[in-house]
Unconditional design. Structure first.
Length: 307
C-alpha cells in the first residue's frame, strides 16, 4: 500500500482507544487493520473481511429495506437534448446492502442529463474506513440506466477503486433501485436535496472525551461544511505524544452526523499516531454526545461540550 505523509502507521505508545475502555498500542481514532469489502467509487469488490460502507450512501435518515421485492416502475421517456428521463435526474441517497441484508455502504449519486459515453453522474460513497468519490459515464438508457463508474478521490489516498458497471431503475414510488454490476449489493435510493450547510447547529462546537486517563485528552471541534469538506478537527494529547487529525463530512441529518476516516495531520513523535475510521456522532443532550465507530458494536464513548 502506498504510504503518504498524512497516513502514519505503526506505533509504540499504549494509550486509551477512542472507542472504549481498552488500551491500544497507539493513539488512534480507529482500527486501520480492517479492509472494506466495498472500496469502489460505485460498485463492490469481493472480500472475506466484514464491512460497514460502500460505493454510495447509507444515511440513517433514509432507511431502506433488505430484499428488494417491489416491481420497477414503467420506463419513462428520455428528455429532449439527452438520453436520460427527467425522473432520474437529481441527487439520490440510500443504504447499500449485501445479499444478506447487511448495510455495507452509504451511497449518494447525482445524475445530470447527457448521452451515451458522457459523464452523467457523480458518486459519493462512505465505507467503514474509506470515503470515495467518483464519476460515471452513461453506458445505456432504456428500461433501466446503466453506468460505468470510476474513482476520482480517495480518503485515505489511493485506497478507493473503480466502481465498474452499475444499474439504476425507477420504482413505482419514485425511488431508484441501485444494483452493483455483480449483483452483490443493492440499494433503494431516495431523492435528497443538496445543502452547503447540512450539519444541525446543535452538533457544532468543541467536544471533549470523558473518562480519559490522567494526563491524556481527546477533543473534537466540529464546524459547518458541505459533504466532502473537512469539518472535523481532532486533537489527542498525552505525556509523550501529540496527535492531530481531520475528517470530512459524509452525511448529516437531525439525529446524527457521519464523519469520514480521520487522517493524521500532526504526529509528535511521527510514529505515535494512527489514522481513524468512519464515525457517527449522536446527541444525548445539548451538552453530551456519543461518538461511535461504524461497524463497531461496542458502546460508544461519551463526549461533553467544551465551549
Amino acid at each position: 500500500r502506498k504510504r503518504t505523509g498524512l497516513v502514519i502507521g505503526s506505533v509504540a505508545l499504549a494509550v486509551a482507544l477512542l472507542g472504549g475502555g481498552i488500551t491500544y498500542a497507539a493513539m488512534n481514532l480507529g482500527d486501520d487493520k480492517k479492509n472494506d469489502k466495498n472500496s469502489s467509487a460505485g460498485g463492490t469488490e469481493k472480500s472475506d473481511d466484514p464491512v460497514g460502507a460502500g460505493g454510495g450512501e447509507d444515511p440513517t435518515a433514509h432507511p431502506t429495506g433488505g430484499e428488494i421485492t417491489d416491481p420497477p416502475g414503467p420506463a419513462p421517456s428520455a428528455s429532449i437534448g439527452g438520453a436520460i428521463a427527467d425522473e432520474y435526474l437529481g441527487t439520490w441517497q440510500g443504504e447499500g446492502k449485501d445479499s444478506d441484508g447487511n448495510v455495507v455502504a452509504l451511497r449518494r449519486i447525482t445524475i445530470t442529463q447527457g448521452i451515451e459515453g458522457e459523464d452523467v453522474a457523480t458518486t459519493f460513497n462512505s465505507f467503514e474506513s474509506l470515503l470515495c468519490t467518483g464519476a460515471a459515464k452513461l453506458v445505456s438508457f432504456g428500461n433501466l440506466m446503466v453506468l460505468e463508474s470510476r474513482a476520482v478521490t480517495s480518503i485515505p489516498e489511493d485506497e478507493c477503486s473503480d466502481g465498474g458497471e452499475q444499474t439504476l431503475r425507477l420504482r413505482d414510488d419514485g425511488s431508484l433501485t441501485w444494483t452493483s454490476g455483480d449483483g452483490g449489493e443493492t440499494a433503494i435510493l431516495k431523492r435528497t436535496e443538496p445543502s452547503d450547510t447540512p450539519i444541525p447547529a446543535e452538533f457544532l462546537g468543541t467536544w471533549k472525551r470523558e473518562g480519559m486517563e490522567n494526563g491524556t485528552s481527546l477533543t473534537l471541534t466540529l464546524e459547518q461544511g458541505a459533504y466532502g469538506e473537512v469539518v472535523a478537527k481532532w486533537t489527542g494529547d498525552g505525556p509523550a505524544y501529540h496527535c492531530e487529525w481531520e475528517g470530512a463530512l459524509a452525511d448529516a441529518n437531525s439525529t446524527s452526523v457521519r464523519l469520514g476516516p480521520a487522517i493524521v495531520t500532526v504526529a509528535e513523535p511521527e510514529d505515535q499516531c494512527e489514522k481513524g475510521v468512519t464515525k457517527t456522532i449522536r446527541l444525548k443532550s445539548t451538552d453530551e454526545a456519543v461518538i461511535g465507530e461504524v461497524g463497531n458494536d461496542d458502546p460508544p464513548p461519551s463526549f461533553r461540550r467544551a465551549d
